[in-house]
Design a protein around this ligand. Structure first.
Ligand code: SF4
Length: 381
């Protein structure tokens, strides 16, 4: 999908043009169907070098589920078809550059280097049930959207990640969990570096592999795609019929304040984003998560609570089924914001409660290793 490009660079505009292209396809970014299609499209291959769908399933399971980088050991696949798949498409690699475990909670942050030298971050999040983890993946190198409360937004957009580079983040952590006997990947959150719906085709392809029984085999309902509000991307998600949850970073429903915090509001106002979310819910049948990064003195007033209740249509026939997740601002170098005091936080929760907006307070861990929401950034993208 081609997203419209903004040429102007007046305050608050965003350029959606990537500076570099993503590297080519690799096996861990493909469903078995896609592998068959790709191998059939390669000219000059003998018939016995083109995997059948069953063979493609075994190849993908061998690479993604068992975490193997080589063809040796794939069972019940003709050697000619196996060798051709590994020779023509192959397994891509993200090199682990740094790994930081939090000293205050069980979060782990990974810094990976891509084949072209671009660097991205990934976070391993422990879930309440022991042995289960969610992986917060990056979908782009940097981000074009420039939200003022987010470190990634200071980088600008370098490039989109290919589907395989997104899956590889999950494959790497999954392999590590198995090797250390710690558990398994239960969920995936597209909330790392980048705006996932600005890279919607690759994100949806990655989602197909993550939820495929031959791929990572995560239940689609345990996947969340978090957007700042790219309307065509929400529509594309609905068209694909995904079971993943949609999350929208709202931050405030007061459009003047939102414009100053999230330049994307100028292109896609929140009212349009929420209309797209209503259409998404009609297809997906799951409530939408709305997230607020709470900024002291900026978006925690009674006016913010009232604007949000109005925007989601609480008590009306256009009410959007939502849960609001509140997360306090996480500091990063150069940020102009601070997190609200406990009193300010409680006052805002009370105001929302009085208006009938259901709220959850989200713990964003890994703050000491720069792994919390809004903190991901790399010095050398
Ligand atoms: S909050 Fe998300 S969309 Fe906004 S700048 Fe950060 S990574 Fe990009």
């Amino acid at each position: 999908m081609q997203l419209p490009v903004r040429a102007a660079h007046d305050e608050g505009s965003v350029s959606l043009v990537a500076k570099k292209a993503a590297p080519r396809e690799r096996l861990q970014g493909m469903t078995p169907e896609r592998l068959v299609e790709r191998m059939n499209a390669i000219e000059g291959l003998a018939d016995n070098e083109r995997p059948t769908l069953d063979e493609a399933r075994r190849i993908i399971a061998h690479v993604v589920q068992r975490g193997s980088d080589v063809g040796l050991g794939v069972r019940n696949v003709r050697a000619s078809a196996r060798d051709a798949a590994f020779a023509h498409i192959g397994v891509g690699k993200l090199e682990l550059v740094e790994r930081h475990a939090s000293a205050v909670d069980p979060f782990v942050k990974y810094l990976f280097e891509c084949e072209d030298g671009a660097r991205i971050e990934t976070v391993r999040i422990p879930l309440h049930k022991e042995g289960r983890f969610s992986i917060c993946v990056s979908s782009q190198v940097g981000c074009a959207l420039g939200c003022r409360f987010c470190a990634t937004g200071t980088m600008g957009l370098v490039r989109h990640l290919a589907a395989w580079e997104i899956v590889e983040q999950v494959r790497h952590v999954s392999r590590e969990l198995k090797q250390e006997g710690l558990g398994r990947v239960h969920g995936v959150v597209f909330q790392g570096m980048g705006e996932p719906l600005h890279n919607v085709d690759n994100v949806l392809d990655a989602l197909d592999v993550i939820t495929n029984p031959c791929g990572v085999a995560v239940d689609g309902r345990a996947v969340t795609v978090c957007t700042a509000g790219i309307v065509p991307g929400i529509r594309a998600m609905a068209e694909r019929g995904t079971r993943a949850r949609l999350a929208i970073s709202v931050t405030t429903a007061r459009s003047d304040v939102r414009r100053s915090l999230m330049p994307i509001e100028k292109k896609y106002p929140l009212s349009e984003v929420l209309d797209a979310a209503r259409a998404f819910v009609a297809q997906n049948n799951r409530l939408v998560m709305l997230s607020f990064a709470l900024l002291a003195g900026v978006n925690t007033s009674d006016e913010d609570a009232a604007a949000l209740a109005e925007a989601i249509g609480v008590g009306t026939d256009r009410a959007l089924p939502v849960r609001l997740s509140l997360v306090e601002h996480n500091a990063f170098e150069g940020t102009a914001f601070t997190r609200p005091s406990d009193e300010e936080f409680a006052r805002f929760v009370d105001a929302l409660g009085r208006l009938g907006v259901p709220v959850v307070r989200r713990y964003s861990g890994g703050g000491d290793i720069g792994a919390a929401c809004g903190q991901l950034v790399v010095e050398r993208p």
